[in-house]
Design a protein around this ligand. Structure first.
Ligand code: SF4
Ligand code: SF4
Length: 433
């Protein structure tokens, strides 16, 4: 694709980086077939190629983002299916990140839009606030149908709908600490505690800790670590996401330079994709570029790491058949495609794959609250495909997908690592009780 940036524009390293990405697109359109919003809406401007053109015009023009560009970029799920499909290797992820940041800085959104986005950014990354917000949502839930009918408030109704009916008790992984290996220590890893997952399902990290320590891996939950920054990053709030990245890099660097770490593990693949990107996000920060690159190099999805260690022999239990849902952040963002399925099969589970496994379930961080209509349609499609497998339960490696899918089906939805923990001697996951 030809571009026409001025030399002055290209002096900005973010513009220079996006210009390279734009030039790599040959506008062949292969990506349109696997883009969930194009598949649903059939509008070229809601396809990757259409968005790339919109971003090019916006960045070349250099002025404030328009309402039209904002509409179509907001509808993008950042699912990155287009990157998996693209034969030219177009780095759409960093291009759309730049576009979102430009929109956030230059476009004045309508009041209800600003309010809902600010609310999500102020609550979701902070477990105590998120817990309090869920309790408040229980009281608001009976009014959700009424709220939905008020113009501009559909998002608030979606937030009420998605609030879980009950909150699990805090888990062992709720605070910083060290979980020693059982028997001889064969490795030492940090595990991200994270934000929303630690409130919605602390049992996931508890299961990861049991599985790892039984296999001889010491697990560290670092002091000072918190939300990875992904939620605000996808809203274009770059300064907030970079601040979150620096805080976590400091926390893990103390551990790396102390007793050392073999890996930094993540059980929420949406967060994993962002932590693996810290090196890129902070590449122009002289104080953090090196440390960020080191953290990104150590970051792994829990399934990637578990595949490299000896779990021993699975125990004898009656195993349900599993429909494996591949989270976009895992299959497209991190290109981790086989490890979870291989691990489940080795643990004795019969694994079935839904059709259209490459298409997003509509969760996508805060997308299911900010774009409730498209999200609902994507969930209905995904749930129908999962149920058509005839499996008894559904497994995934991302809390966002698990929450989204569970809201549309009666099938129990569990994290892959909870099934592995169960199969190798841990307790049966609560969801299967
Ligand atoms: S498949 Fe790649 S090169 Fe082709 S239009 Fe899409 S992004 Fe551009
Ligand atoms: S990230 Fe997903 S929704 Fe966005 S353009 Fe690419 S395929 Fe479409």
């Amino acid at each position: 694709m030809q571009t026409s940036f001025t030399l002055a524009q290209l002096a900005d390293p973010e513009v220079a980086s996006s210009e390279k990405i734009l030039r790599s697109c040959v506008h062949c359109g292969f990506c349109t077939a696997t883009c969930p919003t194009y598949v649903l809406l059939g509008d070229e401007l809601d396809s990757p190629r259409g968005r790339i053109y919109l971003i090019k015009d916006m960045l070349e023009g250099g002025g404030p983002a328009s309402e039209e560009v904002t509409l179509h970029i907001d509808r993008c799920l950042s699912c990155l299916a287009c990157m998996t499909t693209c034969p030219s290797g177009v780095d759409y992820m960093h291009l759309v990140d730049h576009a979102r940041s430009h929109i956030e800085k230059t476009y004045r959104r309508p009041i209800h839009d600003r309010l809902s986005r600010s609310l999500l950014a102020a609550i979701l990354p902070y477990p105590a606030r998120f817990r309090a917000a869920i309790v408040a949502a229980w009281f608001g839930r009976p009014f959700a149908p009424l709220v939905r009918r008020i113009p501009g408030l559909a998002r608030f109704a979606a937030m009420l709908d998605l609030a879980p009916a009950k909150l699990p008790p805090r888990g062992a992984s709720d605070r910083p600490g060290v979980f020693p290996a059982k028997g001889e220590r064969k490795g030492r890893v940090a595990l991200l505690r994270g934000c929303a997952q630690s409130v919605l399902d602390p049992g996931i990290n508890d299961a990861a800790i049991r599985l790892l320590t039984r296999a001889g891996i010491e697990v560290v939950l670092a002091e000072g670590e918190a939300c990875c920054g992904a939620l605000v990053h996808h809203m274009g709030r770059t300064e907030e996401s970079h601040a979150a990245a620096r805080r976590n890099i400091d926390a893990w660097t103390r551990k790396i330079e102390g007793e050392g770490l073999n890996a930094i593990l993540v059980t929420t693949s949406g967060c994993g994709t962002t932590i693996k990107d810290y090196g890129f996000m902070l590449r122009h920060d002289a104080d953090y570029a090196g440390k960020a690159a080191r953290v990104s190099a150590l970051a792994k999805d829990v399934s990637e790491y578990v595949e490299t260690i000896d779990l021993g022999e699975p125990v004898a239990i009656a195993r349900p058949t599993v429909a494996y849902h591949a989270a976009c952040s895992l299959q497209h963002g991190q290109q981790v495609k086989t490890a979870p399925k291989t691990l489940l099969a080795s643990a004795g589970f019969e694994v079935r794959e839904p059709v259209d496994a490459h298409l997003c379930c509509g969760s996508a961080g805060t997308y299911n609250m900010l774009q409730p209509e498209i999200s609902r349609r994507l969930r209905a499609r995904k749930v129908a495909n999962i149920e058509a497998t005839g499996a008894a339960i559904v497994a995934a490696g991302n809390i966002g997908c698990l929450t989204q899918i569970a809201a549309g089906t009666h099938m129990p939805a569990v994290h892959t690592v909870e099934l592995l923990d169960w199969a190798y001697g841990g307790p049966r996951p609560e969801e299967l009780a």
